[in-house]
Design a protein around this ligand. Structure first.
Ligand code: URP
Ligand code: ZN
Ligand code: ZN
Length: 461
């Protein structure tokens, strides 16, 4: 199948120009002006529209057992929702069970995706139980197409690891070409604060934020950065929310460390006051780290502009309000941590970022696609629009607007954090490796057509 996309305004991280794109099979074959249409099987008029590389979300949790339940989007519903939001690739976290080999962990996650995947995907492995065999397996992860591991410095008693484990992992990963990602919050401190709040009868959702103070994130971020420095290993801090934590990243980068961080869409829009909404409503906003202050949002926007923040991901980890979040209706510590957003990322960032003049279209592409592709070892196959790259393309109508709502979204969850927001921009047509999977409001994709990505070494920023 050959598709000609005509006269779109092509945006990459560095370029902005009007041209035609010829897709041949799964790849971009030609980019130029007035390309000959006679050899194309279909022609798409993109005049007046943008053409963007497909979004890449490197922080998701589909079908993940967590907090006594399982995240509500699986590898089909989550993928379909992602595609409707212009995201064509994601990297999900495969979580090691206690005593489990990393090979087995990956098998388990491949089984979740097999036959369901509708966009392309890769895996990070989250290490929760490090022994000699697992250490040795870290060195073999690149053979399995895995180039990143994650360590949790929080969630004491379940996912959290100690500094020794983090440090040994950093050393082994660093010498093996594997990038270490951290959830940076001081889990010991949080555990003490949570127990104290419960003992004092402070049980409502807002206590989730009050027991996870900003300094718990700033301290853990600084510690992780320093441990990575001692180990001589690159570091990627996931879901950074807070100005002092960002400062730790900026300083490390200024010292020449390979220290990277992402923030997630939601941290640009909500504050800890959202956890104090009427009744139990605040549970919808329970995620870790928690939402912060307006000043932190401002710092995050600055970090995105300066490059100290390299990417915007979603940490999509949806739980239904009814039947899942309400596990914690009598105790905030029982509320499953996580929020939905895989479908909303491009919309929210385009609207508040590009439309509002905070970032340029090029910066937008860099944050949602190019940098994630580079750091996750899938560039230039993904993350850009170039001859030879996968034809993962979004025809984006910058002038369209729509209202975000759980009643129209495709995420398998009964609420939307951004309910009622009017946003500019629309992923009008979405191609994955040359296949048109979203056309307006129509789903044309196929379960099982998503491909596992064998990732290579990162392209450092
Ligand atoms: O609350 C969150 N973020 N849930 C997902 C797991 C994690 O910490 O990333
Ligand atoms: Zn986390
Ligand atoms: Zn996460």
């Amino acid at each position: 199948m050959r598709t000609l996309i005509r006269k779109g305004r092509i945006i990459t991280a560095s370029d902005d120009y009007v041209a035609d794109i010829l897709i041949d099979g799964e790849r971009i074959a030609l980019i130029g002006r007035e390309l000959d249409a006679t050899s194309a099987d279909r022609e798409i008029d993109a005049a007046g529209k943008y053409v963007l590389p497909g979004g890449i979300d490197v922080h998701t949790h589909l079908d993940m057992p967590f907090g006594g339940t399982v995240s509500s989007d699986d590898f089909f519903t989550g993928h379909r929702a992602a595609a409707f939001g212009g995201t064509t690739t994601h990297v999900d976290f495969a979580i090691q069970g206690k005593g489990e080999s990393l090979h087995q962990t990956l098998q388990n996650w491949h089984e979740r995706a097999n036959g369901k995947a509708a966009i392309d995907y890769g895996f990070h492995v989250a290490i929760t139980d490090l022994d000699d065999q697992v250490m040795e397996e870290i060195g073999r992860l690149p053979e399995m197409g895995v180039r990143s591991i994650k360590l949790f410095m929080a969630y004491k008693g379940t996912l959290m690891v100690d500094d020794e484990t983090l440090f040994k992992s950093l050393m082994k990963a660093g010498e093996s070409g594997v990038l270490v990602m951290v959830h940076a919050e001081n889990g010991d401190v949080i555990d003490v604060l949570v127990k104290k709040a419960i003992a004092q009868g402070n049980l409502s959702p807002k206590w989730h934020a009050l027991t996870r103070p900003p300094s718990a994130e700033a301290e853990a971020t600084s510690r992780a950065v320093r441990l990575a420095d001692i180990a001589g290993a690159p570091l990627y801090v996931v879901h950074l929310t807070q100005r002092d934590a960002l400062q730790a990243i900026s300083e490390a980068r200024a010292r020449g460390q390979k220290a990277y961080a992402e923030t997630c869409t939601q941290y640009l829009f909500f504050t800890k006051d959202d956890l104090d909404r009427e009744g139990f409503e605040g549970a919808k906003w329970v995620c870790s780290p928690p939402f912060r202050e307006v000043e932190d949002q401002q710092a995050l926007w600055r970090g995105l502009r300066t490059g100290d923040l390299s990417a915007v991901s979603t940490d999509h980890c949806p739980f239904n309000f009814r039947g899942q979040k309400d596990l914690g209706k009598d105790n905030f510590a029982q509320i499953p941590n996580g929020v939905p957003g895989i479908e909303d990322r491009l919309y929210m960032l385009w609207d508040a970022g590009v439309k509002n003049g905070r970032i340029t279209p090029n910066k937008f592409v860099e944050l949602v696609s190019t940098n994630p592709a580079k750091l996750m070892g899938i560039y230039p196959r993904k993350g850009t629009i170039a001859v030879g790259s996968d034809a993962d393309l979004v025809v984006w109508d910058g002038s369209a607007h729509r209202v975000i709502s759980a009643s129209t979204h495709h995420q398998n969850v009964d609420y939307n954090l951004y309910e009622g927001r009017e946003v500019h921009g629309k992923a009008e047509k979405v191609f994955i490796r040359g296949n048109l999977v979203v056309d307006g409001d129509q789903w044309l994709g196929e379960q099982g057509s998503g491909q596992y990505l064998h990732r290579e070494a990162p392209t450092w920023l």
